[in-house]
Design a protein around this ligand. Structure first.
Ligand code: WT7
Length: 646
């Protein structure tokens, strides 16, 4: 039985919600969702108030999710303009550069000006309501300006993580038919530079993206770039002669705010669509209550804006709440392993939200990470992206949080818009490794393989029984795939793809993905995507990718490859294939172990038995399960014999 960490007195003293408060509000949110969300929808400023609140169905064949559907608003107005009356001089964004001597404070007034100017720049290029705009930016304030400027004029942004390669950029632009891309000359990370514009140029070469008309380039490093006249335009020139007044477009609650691509178990990445009203209500409400955000606190979410965490908890949630949000350009280990704590001290950070993979990387260096800082300002810690092992939890609590900061282990997904299962600082006793209890309005359940809901202490597939305002609405251009992916495994319920266990206190423990999706250092990757990058290499005949337990990354990428006949397998070739995946897809998809084999375990009908490959990769040979349906059972022995790093 793991230790229970009760709510510290100093947290309880000023927390917005205590345990009784949580129970009462939660019950209310389930008994009367209409009433609950009608009331809490008021936290957002509406141009036209809503009369309808919830109009949702999870029923097969007619899945439809609408919230506040007759209300109108603007997300940028909520994040910027509405704070001008009372908080114009408050810092909206603290930007901390990769170089520790560089930082910048941006007030709400400045934010308003920068965003409005850039919005006018976009308009000048003919970009308007409903147009899709890709954003491929480093972690600089302009990334947030770009998102907010799109929102201001009603353009739908699609942020592409700066670690993705040209092919991945092109796929995303083409899927959503983006009219423009916003990028930078280069990005900075950990003391080196990354040629972002060069990647965009490659993505756009050979007319690979016919929908794309403009490439807007922000000058970040002043590194050299190639230039395509007529298509490329400098950010600073675009905003050179525009006004700093730009009316925020009136948007319907159900107009798309953004598309964000994420990996699934099959096929190409999916364009997750989030709309405006419900998303803003949910992102801002979870930000306030999960982190018990108090006015004048400095809040830091150390994610990248290329992921949903950055959307909801660097930009939209905190800014809607008029918070001070810190944006960090660099990495936790540069110039030294103490960087996170040093940033906390420098900017007096009160709330720190990061990922287990970063925590484990620091923990691996003993207590080095804590030596160069006091972190006395910290009040609340957060964790997101993958299960946090109790050992990392305890270390985070003790070494980073000085033993006094409760950790919010927040479970959610790109598809969810905001946090679904989480403790609340003033309400929830913590168990290391458990995401604990559902947020308001969230009805999790555990199902067996037939979809029967399990009561009490149980383990099973983690489903959500009813809609919440921040939920995705569809997959861009493919509503059928949306239904198929999330609502067909267990009819009438949203299936997360994760498994979980519920203990006798009703706490949830996420056990990990149940499908062919990997979670590598908190990055979500589809095995199918990596496999298709692999088979595009001339030496690869067939490839199968599985995850295996990895001390730092959570999961590592284990690749089985059968070479094309006649190809000689050398160390050189292995290296080449590894680099190939990096450049075809992304460095985050780099294989950890490559296992060349003459055959893969297949059923007689030719289906690869991944269950067996996963077991071998995990070094678990005893319990391989039924292998009698294999076409050639001897393949298995040879694979075990040659398991990499045995
Ligand atoms: C998957 C979603 C949503 C933010 C970042 C990731 C895993 C996420 C936790 C957690 C255990 C977690 C799940 C989920 N995951 N948070 N606190 N404990 N697992 O978003 O890329 O959409 O990935 O990340 O497996 O399904 P994402």
């Amino acid at each position: 039985m793991s230790q229970l960490y009760s709510v510290p007195e100093h947290i309880k003293a000023k927390a917005k919600i205590d345990n009784d408060g949580y129970k009462k509000l939660y019950q209310q949110s389930i008994d009367d969702p209409e009433g609950f969300w009608s009331e809490h929808g008021q936290r957002i400023t509406w141009f036209t108030p809503y009369n309808k609140v919830k109009n949702t169905s999870f029923e097969s064949g007619k899945v439809s999710v609408k919230w506040y559907e007759d209300g109108t608003l603007n997300a940028c107005y909520n994040c910027v303009d509405r704070h001008l009356a009372n908080n114009a001089d408050k810092t909206a964004i603290i930007w901390e550069g990769d170089d520790p001597s560089v930082d910048k404070h941006i007030t709400y007034r400045e934010l308003h000006k920068e965003v409005s100017r850039f919005a006018n720049g976009l308009k000048k290029l003919g970009i308007g309501k409903g147009d899709r705009v890709a954003i491929y930016m480093p972690m600089v304030p302009e990334a947030a300006y770009a998102m907010l400027a799109c929102a201001r004029i009603g353009a739908v942004h699609s942020v592409i993580f700066g670690g993705f390669s040209p092919n991945a950029i092109a796929d995303r632009i083409n899927d959503c038919q983006a009219k423009a891309i916003i990028t930078a000359d280069e990005g900075r990370r950990g003391g080196s530079t990354i040629g972002l514009k060069a990647n965009v140029d490659k993505a756009l070469s050979d007319d690979a993206c016919p929908s794309l008309e403009h490439s807007i380039v922000c000058r970040v490093t002043e590194g050299e770039v190639e230039w395509t006249e007529g298509r490329d335009v400098w950010w600073h020139e675009l905003v050179g002669e525009v006004s700093d007044e730009c009316q925020a477009e009136v948007m319907n609650a159900e107009d798309p705010l953004f598309i964000l691509y994420t990996s699934g178990s099959t096929g190409k990445p999916k364009g997750v669509v989030h709309t405006t009203g419900g998303y803003m209500v949910y992102a801002s409400m979870t930000h306030e209550y999960v982190f018990d955000y108090q006015e004048d606190e400095v809040y830091w979410c150390a994610a990248d804006v290329g992921w949903i965490t950055g959307h909801s908890y660097i930009v939209y949630g905190p800014l809607a709440n008029g918070a001070t949000t810190l944006m960090f350009e660099g990495v936790p280990t540069y110039p030294g392993v103490g960087r996170i704590g040093e940033i906390v001290d420098k900017h007096k950070v009160n709330i720190l939200y990061t990922a287990p993979t970063a925590i484990r990387a620091l923990m691996a260096k003993g207590d080095e990470a804590a030596k160069t800082s006091t972190r006395e300002s910290l009040r609340i810690l957060g964790s997101v992206g993958e299960p946090i092992n109790p050992e990392a939890w305890e270390w985070y609590h003790r070494a980073i949080g000085n033993g006094k900061c409760p950790i919010m282990d927040t479970w959610w997904q790109t598809e969810n818009g905001g946090i679904l299962i989480t403790p609340l600082p003033g309400a929830t006793d913590l168990k290391p490794g458990s995401a604990t209890r559902p947020f308001f309005g969230i009805q999790p359940a555990l199902v067996d393989s037939e979809g029967n809901i399990q009561e009490g202490e149980a383990e099973g597939g983690l489903v959500i029984k009813d809609s919440w305002p921040g939920q995705m609405r569809t997959l861009w251009g493919d509503h059928e795939r949306f239904e198929q992916t999330y609502f067909s495994t267990f009819k009438g319920m949203y299936f997360s793809g994760d498994g979980a266990r519920r203990d006798s206190d009703g706490y949830y423990w996420i056990t990990g993905r149940m499908d062919d999706v990997l979670n590598v250092s908190g990055h979500r990757l589809g095995t199918a995507e990596i496999e298709s990058a692999l088979v595009a290499h001339k030496a690869v005949a067939e490839a199968a990718v599985v995850g295996y337990p990895h001390d730092l990354k959570g999961q590592g990428i284990y690749v089985y490859i059968t070479p094309v006949e006649g190809v000689e397998v050398t160390d050189e070739l292995t290296k080449e294939v590894r680099n190939w995946v990096r450049s075809e897809l992304s460095p985050i998809a780099t294989p950890d172990l490559i296992h060349w084999t003459t055959g893969l375990p297949k059923t007689r009908s030719g289906k690869i038995m991944r269950r067996i490959l996963r077991k071998i990769a995990a070094n678990e040979y005893e319990n391989l399960g039924d292998t009698s349906t294999l076409a050639d059972p001897s393949v298995v022995d040879s694979l075990i014999e040659n398991r990499m790093n045995k």
